[in-house]
Design a binder for this molecule. Structure first.
Ligand SMILES: [Zn+2]
Ligand SMILES: [Zn+2]
Length: 346
């Protein structure tokens, strides 16, 4: 009975976490799934459009203005995982004489992660102003499909450079706009996407290393104490040999916090790993999330099940910015930058 209550609590918490992550990163996870199949794609397309529309009665919701809620939540979750790791896993592993380098690796990743997290939060993503508008207009070619020439932003009244977009949350136009990330409370654009990539990479790596160390500890414990050779008496009074399910129940009841934290970081590692692969794919092919999404949505608009009447003249978007892997990555890590801008302003 105890196990059942704990297990249900555990399951409910993990599910709540998953729902929260899906809602918060709606433009990533839902769209990631949308690649799966045509039907899923159409349904999700509708959901995404619904989620991106303004809330009823224009009531501001948590996602419609800049706020620090998710930065605090991010730090609290990270703090909880590392507290549990330090408090129990680290101590037990030291007793079992695990290598200290191995145990300190999650802390090293945490330091690097927090450094790039801060950089992503505070770096100007490439905000377009009256002063730098002209410079940005010459950075990318207009493809006349997704980014036509001579278009003005209806809010800022600035000319829209190719690949830019107005962020409705921050209320500014951003050069090479990728997306607005609530977890860093900032837009991700040309000038901070490199920091965002390293932040995401180290966050995935830190979740994965905590998961690996914790799993190794539990496996080590089971092997050392020959737990799988033990027997137990079931509800009907029969003597049974320890099976996997009972072993998991036993570990859950003996180390509830470690198993709970392990479940969380394993789910997180898979979610972040999947998203990281998606972001790396975009970087390698020189696309932004905004462009990928709009290309995807253009496909949906031509489908009679999603948009009626379907667009008669299909507009084919072609990626004209990809010039090979090396050049694409160079654009992310060495973006065209402010030294030109400063010279121009002087
Ligand atoms: Zn604008
Ligand atoms: Zn923004």
């Amino acid at each position: 009975m105890d196990f059942l209550v704990l297990f249900l609590f555990y399951l409910a918490s993990v599910l709540m976490g998953l729902v929260l992550i899906c809602v918060c990163s709606k433009t990533h996870s839902l769209k990631g799934l949308a690649r799966g199949g045509a039907q899923v794609r159409m349904i999700l397309g509708c959901i995404i459009q619904f989620l991106q529309e303004e809330t009823p009665m224009n009531k501001p919701c948590l996602f419609s203005f800049r706020n620090h809620t998710f930065i605090v939540l991010h730090l609290v979750l990270q703090g909880m995982v590392y507290t549990e790791y330090t408090w129990e896993v680290f101590g037990y592993c030291q007793e079992l004489e695990f290598s200290l380098y191995y145990l300190l690796l999650p802390y090293l990743l945490l330091v690097v992660n927090l450094f790039f997290f801060t950089l992503t939060c505070v770096t100007n993503p490439g905000i377009i102003t009256k002063a730098n508008e002209l410079l940005f207009l010459h950075v990318y070619e207009f493809d006349e499909v997704m980014f036509p020439k001579n278009v003005r932003c209806s809010t800022c009244d600035l000319r829209k450079p190719a690949r830019s977009k107005h962020c409705s949350v921050c209320n500014w136009c951003v050069h090479r706009f990728d997306h607005h990330c609530v977890w860093v409370n900032n837009c991700i654009g040309a000038w901070n996407i490199r920091y965002f990539l390293i932040y995401l990479l180290t966050l995935t790596a830190s979740a994965a290393t905590v998961a690996i160390v914790s799993t190794t500890f539990l496996v080590h414990l089971v092997v050392m104490s020959d737990l799988y050779q033990e027997t137990y008496i079931d509800d009907l009074g029969h003597l049974r040999v320890m099976d996997t399910v009972f072993l998991i129940q036993y570990l859950f009841l003996t180390f509830p916090r470690i198993v709970f934290m392990l479940g969380f970081v394993v789910v997180l590692s898979f979610l972040l790993g999947g998203y990281l692969l998606f972001v790396l794919y975009l970087a390698a092919t020189n696309q932004t999330t905004n462009e990928w999404y709009r290309g995807d949505w253009a496909w949906c608009q031509r489908c009679p099940l999603v948009a009626w009447p379907p667009s008669a003249e299909p507009q084919v978007h072609r990626n004209i910015h990809s010039h090979g892997l090396r050049s694409n990555l160079q654009e992310i890590f060495l973006p065209a930058f402010p030294c030109h801008e400063r010279k121009k302003q002087e």
